[in-house]
Design a protein around this ligand. Structure first.
Ligand SMILES: Nc1ncnc2c1ncn2[C@@H]1O[C@H](COP(=O)(O)OP(=O)(O)OP(=O)(O)O)[C@@H](O)[C@H]1O
Ligand SMILES: [Mg+2]
Length: 431
């Protein structure tokens, strides 16, 4: 924080409202993850303290270290008299403008010059805003503030605006083993790469048993194992060497699919790979095995979108419910995962109808894909995508619709064609 010298003359004109609070109207979805910074907040009201606590629980703030306490600027002054200042101090103050500036002036004496300060105030005063900015305060936000305001303000200060925008990640997981989650992930990635002028990276996170190499007829010598076991070497150049080209705009980070070793990972083992890929490709599809451990949970938690594939049976319904409930707690500010019902209509199998499946979940599927062993069997035996086997097949079109829905490049029409449930209203994001 720089020196808080200010003059005390009152303003001649009012500043437009948007200049007063530039961080407003941010969409939580557009905010990129905040780096590993320390944040301490000193609030005067319970409401703001609770809001900042909640913001700290948002996945975009997962790497930050946040401490929230009450007592406002006075408590901060006491505290930093003895303690070093963090990367960011958030102060809530109800003090009138001159008293606020005076307190901040005293704080500047105990504040490291590199520490940033954000003030949440209760005075919508142009003169105050100008004086605060002049004195080195990074942002002044007028209460009431929203969760997106808090996360957006922190991102505005700490996420490098010159950095390449991060690609979007889509994590596919099955509600049970063998439900077709990987097949769907591979085909959706392929459909995305055909439909849009965007590079797509398909990462197979099922290291022992991954099938992306078979489904894309690839046998690369290197892939995701090299990336996860040599994080110190991982940069965009090294990543490029590990990717196998599958189609014009689709590359694969393949699993070794061998059992010479066991694969036990730390919770954030794939975080760096995912970030590195996201810096180079606008779309990243993650094929996550049907497991629940530290790294699958944290990879799902950090993904931009989650797609759960389930077959219409009871165990799938129970597992999907558990996944939705748990992920809602881990991602309280994100839309619910997308649901795809796959392998519907297996002859002689008693099944739960899509409506009955959706009802207890409160979530309609974005697609219902029929059981079609010939099409799927031929595709996987030949190392081809469904679209390469039969571009006109209804399932191929459904896969392409899923790619459009996920990328937000097309809305589902209310009268959907067969294979897609007509669910426009329910598809609206919750977050
Ligand atoms: N709609 C379908 N109709 C017929 N067969 C299908 C369908 N969807 C997937 N399959 C087949 O089901 C098998 C299992 O698919 P896949 O490997 O994608 O499942 P998974 O959920 O990823 O399994 P795992 O738990 O091993 O990761 C594959 O042989 C695939 O071709
Ligand atoms: Mg799989």
């Amino acid at each position: 924080m720089s020196n808080l010298a200010y003059d005390t003359e009152l303003p001649e004109h009012e500043m437009p409202a948007q200049e007063m609070a530039p961080a407003r109207d941010v969409e939580l979805n557009d905010i990129r993850p905040i780096p590993r910074i320390s944040i301490q907040a000193f609030c005067e009201t319970e409401a703001v303290a609770k809001l900042i606590e909640r913001a700290g629980g948002d996945r975009r703030m997962a790497k930050t270290h946040l401490k929230v306490q009450l007592g406002g600027i006075e408590a901060a002054l006491d505290y930093y008299g003895q303690a070093p200042t963090p990367n960011l101090i958030v102060l809530e103050s109800r003090a009138e403008p001159k008293r606020l500036l005076d307190a901040l002036d005293r704080l500047a004496n105990v504040c490291d010059p590199s520490t940033k300060v954000v003030v949440i105030g209760h005075y919508n005063d142009v003169w105050l805003y100008r004086e605060l900015v002049k004195s080195g305060v990074s942002e002044y936000v007028v209460a009431p503030v929203s969760l997106a305001d808090v996360v957006g303000t922190v991102a505005q200060i700490f996420v490098d605006p010159g950095a390449e925008p991060l690609g979007r990640s889509f994590a596919f997981i099955g509600a049970k083993g063998g439900v077709g989650s990987s097949t769907l992930a591979h085909n959706v990635a392929w459909a995305m790469s055909c439909a849009f002028e965007s590079e797509v990276v398909m990462a197979d996170l099922d290291l022992p048993f991954g099938t992306a190499n078979i489904n894309f007829d690839q046998d690369p010598a290197q892939g995701i194992a090299e990336a996860v076991y040599s994080p110190e070497r991982l940069d965009e150049v090294y990543l490029d060497r590990l990717l196998a080209q599958c189609a014009e705009r689709l590359s694969l980070l393949a699993a070794p699919s061998t059992l010479e070793r066991t694969y036990d990972f730390d919770a954030d083992a794939f975080g760096q790979i995912i970030e590195t890929v996201q810096r180079t490709a606008p779309l990243l599809v993650l094929d996550i095995p049907h497991l629940w451990n530290g790294w699958t949970r944290s990879t799902l938690t950090q993904a931009d979108e989650i797609i759960i594939t389930a077959t219409p049976e009871l165990a799938n319904l129970r597992n999907t419910k558990n996944l939705l409930d748990t992920l809602a707690k881990l991602r309280p500010n994100d839309a619910a995962p997308r649901l795809v019902i796959n392998q519907a209509g297996v002859p002689k199998r008693p099944e739960i109808s899509p409506e009955e499946f959706a009802e207890p979940l409160g979530l309609d599927p974005i697609a219902v894909i029929p059981f079609e062993p010939q099409l799927f069997g031929n595709a996987s035996n030949n190392g081809r995508m469904l679209g390469e086997m039969d571009a006109q097949h209804a399932i191929t079109r459904t896969v392409s619709d899923i790619a459009h829905i996920l990328t937000g490049r097309s809305e589902i029409k209310p009268k959907a064609k067969p294979g897609l449930a007509g669910l426009l209203g329910k598809l609206q994001r919750k977050g």
